[in-house]
Design a protein around this ligand. Structure first.
Ligand SMILES: Nc1ncnc2c1ncn2[C@@H]1O[C@H](COP(=O)(O)OP(=O)(O)OP(=O)(O)O)[C@@H](O)[C@H]1O
Length: 496
């Protein structure tokens, strides 16, 4: 009976509540209604069990990395959510930073639960020793319902870190690092902002090869799980080889721009020992391209040649020393040191790294360095072909077609002109298209003429030597043979 009475009074209470709510909603102006609603929800939520996490800018006087991460994270979504914002830009940086003003609050719903961020700045009293830093105690406060504590810990905070890391990578000003020479103490690398203009659009190489390289790079950066599943370090090695001026350096810059990676330009001749090489490698960051240019010039092959002559078995562990051009110290970097650098245990101390070696003489390199796993992709950059020529014409002269293009197509395969040669001619003509095309054809013809003359004179030289040899050791067939030589000489001259 008592229970029945309770139900009745409860029912009438509910009916009264609904009546009052409807009356308030219908008769009160919407602004007043919203204000009352938010007041009630504040009172209601203040009664709920709440947890707060404080993330201070400094932790025992050391900068707190997490504070920076939260700041980055909130900068990406506070523009939409906060009412008062601060806007700043670091000197020479391309990025604008939005930050919350003090005592501002942002609410966020993440995976079905609600979190609140607020930013606070409290002025610190002087400690009496004239020690001024930090004069403000700045911190973020994250609050949420007690029941969501496990979810905040296991998924929300990692999410904040991940987003911040992504923003940090996207917004950073990329760097070109060069290793300091062996006789300099202190830091291992010095850096300058990296802003090379070369891209896959401007680099003049065969379009099929270009696409192949881009596909390979995309595959590489998307295969983190694959590399970890098969137990391999997440890295890839490229060897770029070809004559000087064919675009090896330009391609490296285009790759770094495409991936948005930093570049470490490693000068092996300035490295004094294997252990220094290890230190250099360990101190490189992930998402970087490590470049060793003209590796054949750094590598002293005299040891290997001697061994080949003496028939000694090739042994990776025996040191092939690097010529040390930049330092007065003797270099003790060995081939095994370099191989360790490329694929050894040390290369696993980081991730997502591309190693690029370049050479003008692939044949001079040791097979141990060239094998897959070390140099996974060998890219041959050679003399200019018509597709590369058209890219250069488009870049430098801003033309897709030209009446002289047919003539270029005919002569170009017969001469050895590098993209650098052609780029140089176009550059010297500035915007004059006719002059650019005429000058390039003229240069091609000049080179064709001189290579024909070279060929003729070398064959003639050969013929003379043969005749001389035959005169010194006359045999009955001498005259027939020499005729053949001279005839073939003529025909070579004419054909070419
Ligand atoms: N394939 C190319 N596409 C566009 N520009 C090129 C290309 N090759 C060369 N160039 C131009 O020629 C100049 C020299 O090229 P680059 O330094 O890339 O050649 P390289 O092959 O690295 O030469 P080296 O072997 O002497 O270092 C560049 O500044 C660039 O302007």
């Amino acid at each position: 009976m008592e229970l029945l009475v309770d139900w009745k009074s409860l029912g009438s209470l509910f009916a009264t509540f609904v009546f009052i709510r409807t009356a308030i909603r219908d008769f009160l102006p919407p602004e007043v209604y919203q204000a009352l609603k938010s007041l009630f929800s504040k009172i209601f939520s203040s009664l709920q069990p709440k947890i707060s996490i404080v993330i201070e800018e400094y932790d025992n006087s050391y900068p707190n990395e997490l504070y920076d991460s939260v700041q980055l994270y909130l900068s990406s979504n506070c523009f939409a959510a906060a009412k008062v914002l601060k806007l700043s830009r670091l000197k020479n940086s391309k990025n604008l930073n939005f930050t919350m003003d003090a005592n501002q609050k942002i609410e966020e719903i993440f995976e079905g639960f609600k979190v609140k961020w607020s930013f606070h700045s409290v002025e610190k009293k002087s400690n009496g020793h004239g020690y001024a830093r930090p004069y403000e105690n700045r911190y973020f406060e994250l609050s949420f319902h007690e029941r969501d504590k496990p979810k905040v810990q296991s998924s929300y905070i990692p999410h904040v870190m991940e987003v911040a890391e992504h923003i940090r990578f996207k917004n950073r000003d990329r760097k070109l690092y060069t290793n300091r020479s062996a006789d300099e103490d202190g830091r291992l690398w010095s850096s300058v902002p990296f802003s090379h203009p070369s891209t896959f659009d401007t680099v003049a190489i065969d379009p099929v090869l270009k696409q192949e390289i881009k596909d390979d790079l995309i595959k590489f950066v998307n295969r983190k799980d694959y590399y970890s599943r098969v137990g391999r370090a997440w890295k890839r090695g490229y060897l770029l080889y070809g004559p000087p001026g064919t675009g090896k350096t330009s391609l490296i810059a285009a790759i770094a721009n495409f991936l948005e990676f930093d570049i470490y330009d490693l000068e092996l001749t300035a490295v004094t020992s294997n252990s220094q090489l290890r230190k250099l490698l360990i101190s490189t960051s992930s998402k970087s391209v490590i470049v060793v240019e003209d590796v054949d010039c750094s590598l002293d092959l005299s040891d290997r040649k001697k061994k080949e002559i003496s028939g000694e078995e090739e042994n990776e562990k025996k040191p092939f020393r690097f010529r040390n051009r930049g330092s007065s110290f003797g270099s003790t970097v060995s081939l095994s040191g370099v191989l360790n650098f490329v694929d050894g245990l040390w290369s696993c101390c980081g991730s997502e790294r591309l190693m690029i070696f370049t050479t003008n003489h692939k044949e001079k390199l040791d097979q141990a360095l060239l094998r897959p796993g070390r140099m996974d992709k060998h890219i041959n950059l050679s003399y200019c072909e018509i597709t590369a020529f058209k890219t250069l014409a488009k870049n430098y002269l801003e033309i897709d077609k030209h009446e002289l293009m047919k003539e270029v197509e005919q002569i170009l395969p017969l001469v050895q002109m590098t993209p650098a040669d052609i780029a140089e001619i176009f550059m010297s003509c500035e915007d004059d298209v006719e002059m650019g095309m005429n000058n390039v054809i003229e240069e091609m013809k000049r080179r064709l003429q001189s290579s024909m003359e070279d060929e003729v004179s070398s064959v003639a030289e050969l013929g003379k030597e043969e005749i001389k040899g035959e005169e010194e050791h006359p045999v009955p067939e001498v005259h027939e043979d020499s005729d053949v030589s001279l005839n073939s000489l003529d025909s070579v001259g004419t054909d070419a």
